[in-house]
Design a binder for this molecule. Structure first.
Ligand code: HEM
Length: 378
């Protein structure tokens, strides 16, 4: 009797397992087909600004300032994002000497030209934490003495071109509306639930949750050993493009970074210090652009979509050299903290485009002004 019961239970569980597997595969196939159908070209090569974006932006500024206040570290006010720096280093950005004519745009107009620059390397989190914790890693580059009219009317004297990136190719939200909902939920302490804004399954952002989880990746061996993406698109002369900065060890002397102790809270700073200051070995990168082909699914208004390299390859436009240097001093670290990078510090040829970039225009300035004002009052 007991034996029969066991056999029946076994058969039932076996069937249940088979059905679950079958339904899982079917669900996966349907979802793949649905996304392939939804995500197909052509797309617009122009910006499409939805109604109400300006009001949503004001709302997001309030939340961002709330986050800065929440994460105040003792006396100093830090950035709302990428609060912890591994260091700011001097860099040289050289336009490729043999750059083809159609890639000679903006700061890349003159082949062979060398720009002096600064580069801030960071963790993505809103407050400083151990480097071993999964996170996005940031890279912000600022070219100096850039001629031409600056995009921001009140920053005409700057003469800068910034490139602001992190270590994942796509963003966990598509647009400003979704950013507003998600970041407000996060500021209220929600994490995974920020992607499930209500009971209606149509509003669940499962794909975006996976992007967020993938963005929070284990630390690289050093900030010089990972690739950084613009994520959002920019003008590149008349074209639209994304860009990225990737390690280019072949352009620098061979170097084996000694294994770092990952238990140390700031081992990424130590790794940078070891290479540039102790071992005096430069680090090299390439700066590459990926031009939009509007016949493919390469949208401007959705930062959650990675532009596929099979649709448009990345093309190298410049090489970056970070020379051996002593960057880790109290004075230079304070200067680094007080620096502001902003995708809108730049010239028309590299104008940021798309909703998330329009949002960043207002938010970076507001947060930067807020933390600078508060720190000046201390
Ligand atoms: C396209 C996706 C994005 C990328 C690649 C990115 C990357 C970065 C990086 C690397 C930094 C640090 C810059 C530095 O070293 O000083 C930064 C700072 C910051 N980000 Fe973003 N970010 C993105 C989207 C956003 C969005 C959507 C917002 C909010 C609207 C935002 C708000 C900020 C703020 C407020 C700062 C600090 C600005 C300051 O106080 O100087 N970011 N971001």
């Amino acid at each position: 009797m007991l034996m029969t019961l066991w056999l029946r239970l076994g058969a039932f569980l076996g069937k249940l397992l088979l059905w679950s597997l079958g339904l899982g595969v079917l669900g996966w196939a349907l979802a793949t087909a649905w996304f392939a159908w939804q995500q197909r070209g052509p797309v617009s090569a122009q910006e499409l600004i939805p109604d109400g974006e300006a009001a949503m932006t004001q709302d997001i500024i309030q939340t961002a300032v709330r986050i800065v206040d929440q994460h105040r570290e003792n006396t100093r006010y830090l950035r709302d994002a990428h609060a912890k720096a591994h260091g700011c280093v001097k860099a040289e950005v050289q336009v490729l000497p043999q750059l083809p004519d159609e890639l000679r745009q903006g700061v890349f107009s003159e082949p062979g030209k060398i720009w002096q620059a600064t580069m801030r390397l960071s963790n993505g989190n809103a407050y400083p934490q151990f480097d071993s914790i999964r996170d996005a890693r940031g890279m912000a580059i600022k070219l100096f003495d850039v001629p031409g009219k600056q995009l921001l009317g009140d920053q005409l004297e700057r003469g800068e071109q910034d490139f602001v990136m992190f270590s994942h190719p796509n963003f966990f939200v598509s647009n400003v509306a979704e950013y507003r909902q998600n970041v407000a939920a996060q500021a209220d302490g929600k994490k995974v639930m920020a992607f499930f804004p209500g009971w209606d399954p149509r509003a669940w952002q499962v794909r975006h949750l996976f992007i967020a989880l993938a963005t929070l990746s284990p630390a690289p061996p050093s900030p010089t050993r990972t690739t950084y993406f613009s994520v959002s698109p920019y003008k590149f002369g008349a074209a639209n493009a994304k860009f990225r900065v990737a390690p280019d060890p072949d352009s620098c002397p061979a170097y084996d970074l000694p294994e770092q102790n990952r238990k140390l809270p700031n081992f990424l700073r130590t790794a940078l210090n070891q290479q540039l200051s102790t071992d005096r070995v430069p680090a090299c990168f390439v700066l590459q652009i990926q031009r939009q082909d509007a016949n493919k699914y390469m949208p401007i208004e959705d930062t959650s979509i990675e532009w596929r390299e099979s649709d448009a390859p990345f093309e190298t436009v410049a090489r970056i050299k970070v020379p051996a240097q002593d960057f880790d001093t109290p004075a230079l670290n304070l200067q680094c903290d007080n620096q502001s990078f902003n995708p809108w510090f730049g010239i028309e040829a590299h104008r940021p485009i798309g909703g998330i970039n329009r949002l960043r225009r207002a938010v970076y300035e507001a947060v930067s002004d807020y933390r600078h004002d508060r720190n000046a009052e201390q």
